[in-house]
Design a protein around this ligand. Structure first.
Ligand code: SF4
Length: 786
């Protein structure tokens, strides 16, 4: 079996050595890199060829890539690298890797052009000065062939192990049977839709109710279809830790159920750096962290051990390889390498990767980058996909806060280097001019202000040069501002209808002024307008243009959740391809299981909140007295929650209750949920859209009812009103896309906590008269029978 490898991948495997060094050094952006390569090529004589595809073979290994430039007249091959800062500070390991690549290309071009020798040139192009520094070597074709074969031989055993693993994996997946005998009601329909989408290479938007086993219902068909579709990887992406754990458990269950047949599947869990780091007090380079020192020298052994591959390239282990956080940590520590960066290396060799959305959808997402570089065929499974709207917005929003600039200006570097101080001062001047011109608390600008943009660009360049010149003088405040500024510049460059540019003056806490969660409150006073500094934001409101290319880069993509209604809203905001398929899997529950009541005598509109407290408390107490047990009561803000809970406590002190509080730690959240047992009785107060409103499972007597106050509508404030206008302009549905759909999505998610299995019985109280309206009812699950 032939194994194909890119030149870069081959050299990274065989020629990387020394320390892991992630000390911040300014690097050219992708656009700067492309432009730099263009400048180098444009300076060449006629006949020079850029981006020359080359390929060669060694035994069962196919090596391919694109050489940056070939000059047939001079019999010369260029390997071009763009850089910023000082070339003499470049680590020796980087130069070593660059020469290894050039020599591989050298043999490939000698073979193709039947040259007996070639001049190899490493061309370092300085983005700042546009100058080239060139190192050349002359090699005979025979010597380069020797080098090529030696590199290939070092990779061959690994490649053969990979090919054998892939063959065994695909054979096992072809024979794989569903682990639970039969599908649950609804699960089969979901699995069939996912299978069809995978085999036809399409995108699927799947609404499927809780309790049918969505995770297994999506993982199983994708894995089953993987061999015929020649899938390299499956990425299971989730917004929350609980979603990732469910996926890891499902994969373990598949393996158990497949016994005694082996299931050779490598399952990698990616966790955030702060959860995997062994030395949070250190920096990621060899001089600071012992697990970064000599990382690449010890990586081959750690990688082989993690994947159970022996020195000869064979794998005695034939079953599932669980590369969960604990296992990766154990292997990493046994080999004295960093667990976090080991897990990133293992992403290249895993079959299923389970991680957060940002590993694929974020601007610099690791998995998206690897997919593109290696031309992988991947299947994406996006769990609880309704979250991707907000998460996508956050990924592509950039914010500059005045305090970030103030701290940068006070930093030791700014005090010690006049050029840095001057550049920061210029940003401050143009920012202050904007503040001066601002007459209201919140202002949306037509476009990014020219003068501030120019000042930020200049400041970015100055800081970039400074960091390149002084790499060993870390300055946290300055770096933090620099990263914020870079992100802002990138988003300003990409500015279009999908985002707003706005300026917000600081708020004082007396009148609500936030995003609708109730946690952001304050008033803009004239004093704050005069004296305050604004926060500048490029606020993404439609992440579709950024998410869509990522979906198109995958062979297939399934986005699933219990609440994806109405589908066009999600298709528009997430940028689903026009060919996407929609499936709405019917719930396996009956209307008789859930008694849904609308409290038409209660209005929770903002001006009526105070008057609503008494009726809400009476309704809750009456329900609890009729059927004592465990209930969750959801409110649109902590303030509202607090007022109702206080009044309930005052009127019914004997009624047990517990309350969600702001910024609860994970352990506190577990404690909160642990109170809900089969025998306990209490009302838990929680916020809509919060940690207890989705992704938690309290079956049977652990939860017998829910109270839902308000329609979950985001607060009407200047930001949301601007979003509404933009949604109206883009989709003709301003109110629905900004308020109604996001609000009811939260309500349905929260109510979905009550019925988890076909045996559960429960009640839901919708506490607002607007639930009586036909338009609102149409957005609630049909099986409720309202
Ligand atoms: S252990 Fe922590 S500090 Fe060390 S390299 Fe890993 S992530 Fe960086």
């Amino acid at each position: 079996m032939t194994y194909t490898v890119a030149v870069r991948e081959l050299c990274e495997f065989t020629a990387k050595q020394g320390d892991l060094d992630l000390r911040f050094t300014p690097a050219p952006t992708a656009l700067e890199g492309i432009a730099g390569h263009g400048v180098v090529a444009s300076r060449k004589a006629p006949g020079y060829r850029a981006e020359v595809p080359l390929a060669g073979r060694y035994k069962t290994l196919q090596v391919r890539g694109r050489a940056d430039g070939v000059d047939p007249a001079l019999q010369r091959l260029d390997e071009v690298k763009t850089f910023k800062g000082r070339l003499d500070r470049q680590p020796a390991s980087h130069r070593h890797l660059h020469w290894a690549q050039a020599r591989i290309y050298g043999w490939l071009v000698c073979q193709q052009e039947t040259w007996s020798h070639v001049d190899l040139a490493l061309v370092y192009f300085d983005i700042g000065t546009q100058q080239e520094t060139v190192f050349t070597e002359r090699h005979s074709a025979a010597a380069l062939l020797q080098h090529f074969e030696a590199q290939c031989e070092r990779f061959l055993a690994w490649a053969e192990a990979q090919s054998a693993h892939r063959a065994a994996r695909d054979a096992a997946l072809t024979a794989l049977t569903f682990p639970f005998g039969d599908f649950r009601a609804g699960q089969r329909a979901l699995a069939q839709a996912v299978y069809r989408a995978t085999t036809s290479g399409r995108c699927l938007l799947a609404q499927a109710p809780t309790g049918i086993g969505k995770t297994m219902g999506t993982l199983f068909p994708v894995l089953k279809a993987a061999p015929a579709q020649r899938l390299d990887k499956v990425f299971f992406l989730a917004a929350k830790t609980s979603g990732r754990q469910t996926a890891l458990d499902a994969l373990a269950r598949l393996d158990e159920a497949n016994a005694p047949l082996p299931l050779p599947l490598r399952v990698l869990e990616l966790v955030a750096r702060d959860k995997a780091c062994e030395h949070p007090d250190k920096a990621c380079h060899g001089a600071s962290c012992p697990l970064a020192q000599g990382f690449y020298d010890r990586l081959p052994a750690a990688r082989a051990a993690a994947l159970h591959i022996t020195g000869t390239g064979t794998s005695p282990h034939t079953g599932l390889v669980a590369l969960h956080q604990a296992q990766v940590r154990e292997t990493a520590l046994a080999h004295q390498v960093c667990p976090y960066y080991l897990s990133q290396e293992l992403a290249r060799w895993a079959d299923v990767v389970v991680g957060d959305y940002n590993y694929y959808f974020d601007m610099g997402g690791l998995l998206a980058g690897l997919t593109q570089a290696n031309q992988w065929r991947v299947a994406l499974l996006v769990d609880e996909a309704h979250n991707l709207v907000e998460r996508g917005r956050k990924m592509y929003t950039a914010e500059l806060r005045p305090e970030s600039l103030a701290q940068a200006r006070k930093s030791p570097t700014a005090r010690g280097y006049p050029a840095v101080k001057k550049a920061l001062d210029k940003v401050r001047r143009h920012w202050a001019a904007l503040n001066k011109a601002q007459t209201c608390a919140y202002a949306v600008l037509e476009t990014f202000p020219d003068k501030l943009l120019a000042a930020l660009q200049q400041c970015g360049g100055t800081l970039s040069d400074h960091f390149a010149e002084h790499p060993i003088e870390p300055d946290a405040a300055l770096q933090s501002f620099y990263f914020d500024a870079l992100h802002m510049l990138r988003m300003a460059e990409l500015l279009d209808d999908h985002s707003l540019v706005d300026l917000t003056l600081p708020a004082t806490p007396s009148r609500p002024y936030g995003n609708g969660s109730g946690s952001n409150s304050g008033t803009i006073t004239n004093a704050s307008i005069k004296g305050g500094a604004s926060t500048l934001c490029v606020r993404n409101v439609v992440p579709a243009p950024f998410l869509r290319p990522r979906m198109l880069a995958a062979h297939t993509c399934t986005l699933f959740s219990a609440t994806l209604q109405p589908a066009p809203y999600y298709a528009d905001l997430l940028g689903l391809p026009e060919t996407h398929v929609w499936v709405d899997v019917p719930a396996p529950f009956k209307a008789a299981q859930l008694q849904v009541s609308v409290a038409r005598h209660i209005s929770t509109r903002y001006p009526h909140r105070k008057a609503s407290l008494g009726p809400i408390v009476e309704l809750m107490a009456s329900q609890f007295n009729t059927r004592p047990g465990n209930y969750l009561a959801f409110f649109s803000s902590y303030d509202y929650l607090q007022q109702v809970a206080d009044l309930l406590e005052q009127r019914y002190p004997q009624l047990p209750q517990c309350r969600q509080s702001r910024r609860m730690l994970e352990a506190e959240q577990r404690q909160f949920l642990a109170r809900f047992t089969d025998t306990s009785q209490s009302i838990g107060f929680a916020v809509l859209g919060g940690a207890f409103a989705e992704g938690i499972d309290l079956p049977g007597q652990r939860l017998i009812g829910a109270f839902l106050s308000t329609l979950g509508l985001p607060q009407i404030n200047p930001v949301n009103e601007q979003i509404r206008r933009r949604m109206q302009a883009m989709f003709g549905a301003g109110y629905d896309y900004t308020y109604l759909y996001p609000g009811l999505q939260k309500v349905v998610q929260a109510a979905g906590r009550v019925i988890r299995t076909p045996q559960d019985q429960g009640v839901v109280h919708l506490m607002d008269d607007r639930y009586g309206q036909a338009q609102i009812r149409a957005l609630l699950p049909a099986w409720w029978g309202l």
